[in-house]
Design a protein around this ligand. Structure first.
Ligand code: IMP
Length: 199
């Protein structure tokens, strides 16, 4: 049985400013102060897992061990069925050392050619607390990929992803609207239900 989260402070175990900003915004209404792993000077562990769950767990446990604080990690990515699930857990790595997502998006577009443009964003959140089991929460949003990319909001692959039933890309949407429907928000809603909600 997962224990309720009662600490006032936690580490967001990510060095990705876009993710840190989104997770901090999701936590804010619960009065939980967050600090990023980068701000604490924590090292980024190697993402050696074969699944979103494994990578989220290793990032969260490394940050919890190093900081002594509870840690929340997100492992996420773009899953394209017509590319056998790629880039998937390698979504960040497709942008190369310079983290240039124009290159990563162009790669997805070129490899797809005229194949089916259905895609999904997946996020797995891991909440690690010293001496306790790590809790995992998964969220997903389906949509389709467009070309050329549109909008300069969000991060990563947002400018080429249109959520199902919508017309605007995540790069064009108001961030509050993205937070309402995104894979990360859906995973977070499960975390809230299990660990944060007062009954
Ligand atoms: P990682 O979880 O740190 O391995 O990185 C996940 C990568 O997936 C990010 O760097 C983005 O490229 C992509 N990604 C995850 N979530 C989103 C999102 O909400 N919008 C756009 N791209 C995302």
């Amino acid at each position: 049985m997962p224990r309720r989260f009662t600490a006032e402070r936690l580490v967001i175990a990510s060095h990705n400013p876009g993710k840190v900003e989104e997770i901090a915004a999701l936590l804010a209404p619960f009065g939980i102060e967050s600090v990023s792993a980068a701000a604490l000077g924590l090292l980024e562990p190697e993402e050696s897992g074969a699944t979103f769950e494994a990578n989220a767990t290793l990032k969260a446990t490394a940050a919890a061990e190093a900081s002594g604080l509870p840690a929340l990690a997100d492992d996420s990515g773009l899953v394209v069925p017509a590319l056998a699930g790629a880039p998937g857990i390698y979504s960040a790595r497709w942008a190369g050392r310079t983290k240039d997502f124009r290159i990563a998006m162009a790669q997805v577009h070129c490899r797809l050619g005229d194949k089916d443009r259905s895609a999904a964003f997946v996020a797995v959140l891991a909440l690690a607390r010293r001496g306790e089991n790590t809790e995992l929460f998964r969220g997903e949003i389906r949509g389709r990929l467009v070309w050329p990319p549109r909008g300069d909001r969000g991060f990563g692959y947002d400018p080429m992803f249109v959520p199902a039933g919508g017309t605007l890309t995540f790069g064009e949407l108001d961030p509050a609207e993205k937070h309402r429907v995104s894979h990360r928000a859906r995973a977070f809603a499960k975390l809230v239900e299990t660990c944060l909600r007062d009954d």
